[in-house]
Design a protein. Sequence first.
Length: 231
Amino acid sequence: MPSLTPSLGHIRNWIFDLDNTLYRADVEFFSQIDRKMTNFISRYLALQPSEARMVQKEYLAEYGTSLSGLMAVHGMDPAEFLDYVHDVDLQMLKPDPELRSLIQSLPGRKFIFTNGSKGHARNVASHLNLFDLFDGSFGIEDGDYVPKPKRSPYIKFCDIFDIDPETAIFFEDGLRNLEVPKHMGMMTVLVTSEADWSHEPEITRPAGHSTQASYVDFMTNDLTDWLSKHS
Ligand SMILES: [Mg+2]
């Protein structure tokens, strides 16, 4: 961590990942999606669940998302997969009125940038009573199914919304997804959790609070608390 807190006075574009960032990872919401991916892959590739799970995590590590691996290796049509894995129970996600008021007060535009579908971003953010605060959302379809951490979706995102990276800050729970934004000139906030919902390979595992990387400007395990102190 840098010893001096970098200033945020120049920030005009606030970009948030969705899953495990706009809600806390310890509510175990995303584990539903994670399990549905395993079920889908098991059926699609006719594999035992334990084998499907390995394929899911290998593709996540290698291609950025499990979906991208299924498309690249098996030529899968993404639509059915996305509909299936995002059809989950939202009830365990509770709106946080303080987070809403903090995001609302941020100076400039606000965006959601997710490796999930645009419909998923709308469903989840609406359920959290946050969706109307955002000036735009960017889903996996918008990046032609090329996911974070690859460079091209970040470039496309900035193009579509006319964002100068030097005026932007990116909030994200996936450590590797902050490397490109930092190199583009954005500030970065890693939202950590000790909740191990994923049993991921090391490269994609949710970041714990002991994580260190040169492309992380700030770390917090509580987005609401961080925004209340920095904005
Ligand atoms: Mg996430």
